[in-house]
Design a protein around this ligand. Structure first.
Ligand code: TTP
Ligand code: MG
Length: 372
């Protein structure tokens, strides 16, 4: 691995997908576009109990936001033609995986921080050029939109703190580049709550001592901040407000890969399921190959017509590199599942490999793989 450039010269990108869960729903049901859409986590206690997971930007105009009780969101959208959908995290994860692969491909180091958010260190890739980084960001936005129909917001800066604030600066579908010499000017007028770790309580505390902007926070004596928030937070607030941050982009490796498909019709016909899951297996296996990985476990995922999730898995006593092991295990596991669950009817079915092992090299893997 190439040596990282001195901290002062890094080029860091932060990518955050826009209204991600609702965006995924709009992709598979385009007729939803243009109206308020709310993805909900129903608790099941009463019909409408539970919380909002996310809302699209149209619903946000009415005041709907993540974490709000569903009942409150319904009140805000009363008399408006709005859609409320149950969360389908498996599906969002598949879309996310494919997008993260696009991002991972261009990064020197890649750190996924949540289902829809990642940092990329692109210092070497761009040779330290922020102009080049902007070109890469535009290409990434186009590719993600063309492949998945999803927009994202990208921030580029000399470190993670600045890149993160930059990506939120112009949402949705934004691109904000903050060069090292622009950092102070960019951060200075922004509200303190733009900093990760400053929520309503901390904002209030800072306001009490006359600090509302990052500029004011940056010019506050660090010892004063330490006195109020303790050493760790005090120093973090002070440095971040000045745009100083040395945190590296920590390379995250995937431990498992999965693919799930919606069956053409709800069924419990084993050969029908096997036939259709084959598509998912081929797609999944191409990702396993691309990563140059072996795997130690194969699992299946089944979503019933009642939307319950069932899983079964098989641990291998060796590290497998081939597609046939996945196909064989998948057939066995679906057969077992249907036997053990005589009443279940499948709506969606998927496959997972886990215990991923980075193999020594591709030639070594190829020895284990029969020609297709
Ligand atoms: P966010 O990136 O915070 O939100 P978002 O992608 O919906 O919207 P934005 O355009 O502002 O980035 O979170 C990503 C997903 O995580 C979001 O689509 C739904 C989920 N989520 C929750 O389930 N509960 C929450 O409280 C939050 C904040 C997010
Ligand atoms: Mg997002």
């Amino acid at each position: 691995m190439e040596e990282r450039k001195p901290v002062a010269k890094r080029v860091i990108m932060h990518v955050d997908l826009d209204a991600f869960f609702t965006a995924c729903e709009e992709v598979r049901r385009p007729e939803l576009k243009g109206k308020p859409l709310v993805v909900c986590v129903y608790s099941g206690r009463t019909k409408d109990s539970g919380a909002v997971s996310t809302a699209n930007y149209i619903a946000r105009k009415y005041g709907v936001k993540a974490g709000m009780p569903i009942i409150q969101a319904k009140k805000l959208l009363a008399n408006i033609e709005a859609e409320f959908l149950p969360i389908d995290k498996e599906y969002y994860k598949i879309v996310s995986d494919r997008i993260m692969d696009i991002l991972r491909d261009v990064a020197d180091a890649f750190e996924q921080v949540s289902i829809d958010e990642a940092y990329l260190d692109i210092t070497n890739r761009t040779n330290g050029s922020f102009e080049e980084a902007e070109v890469i960001a535009k290409i990434l936005k186009k590719k993600i939109y063309e492949n998945e129909g999803i927009t994202c917001s990208i921030g580029i800066g000399p470190n993670k703190v600045v890149a993160k604030i930059a990506s939120e600066h112009n949402k949705p579908d934004g691109l904000t580049v903050v060069k090292p010499e622009e950092v102070r000017g960019f951060l200075s007028p922004l509200s303190v709550d733009r900093l990760v770790g400053i929520g309503p309580k901390t904002s209030e505390k800072l306001k009490e001592i006359g600090i509302e902007t990052l500029g004011q926070l940056a010019s506050t004596d660090v010892s004063k901040l330490i006195g109020i928030f303790g050493e760790k937070l005090g120093i973090y607030f002070h440095n971040s407000a000045k745009g100083i941050d040395d945190e590296p982009v920590k390379q995250t490796e995937e431990k498992e890969l999965s693919r799930i498909i919606t069956l053409r019709s709800n069924t419990r016909d084993l050969s029908e399921i096997n036939d259709q899951v084959e598509r998912a297996i081929i797609d999944l296996y191409s990702r396993v190959r691309k990563k140059g990985c072996g795997y130690k476990m194969v699992g299946i995922i089944a979503i019933s017509d009642k939307l319950t999730m069932l899983v079964r898995s098989k641990k291998l006593s060796w590290i497998a590199y081939d597609i046939d092991t996945i196909k064989k295990a998948s057939r066995e596991l679906f057969e077992r599942l249907l036997q053990e669950e005589p009443n279940v009817i499948l709506r969606r079915a998927g496959i997972k490999v886990s215990g991923l092992v980075k193999s020594v090299d591709q030639a070594y893997i190829d020895k284990f793989i029969k020609p297709d």
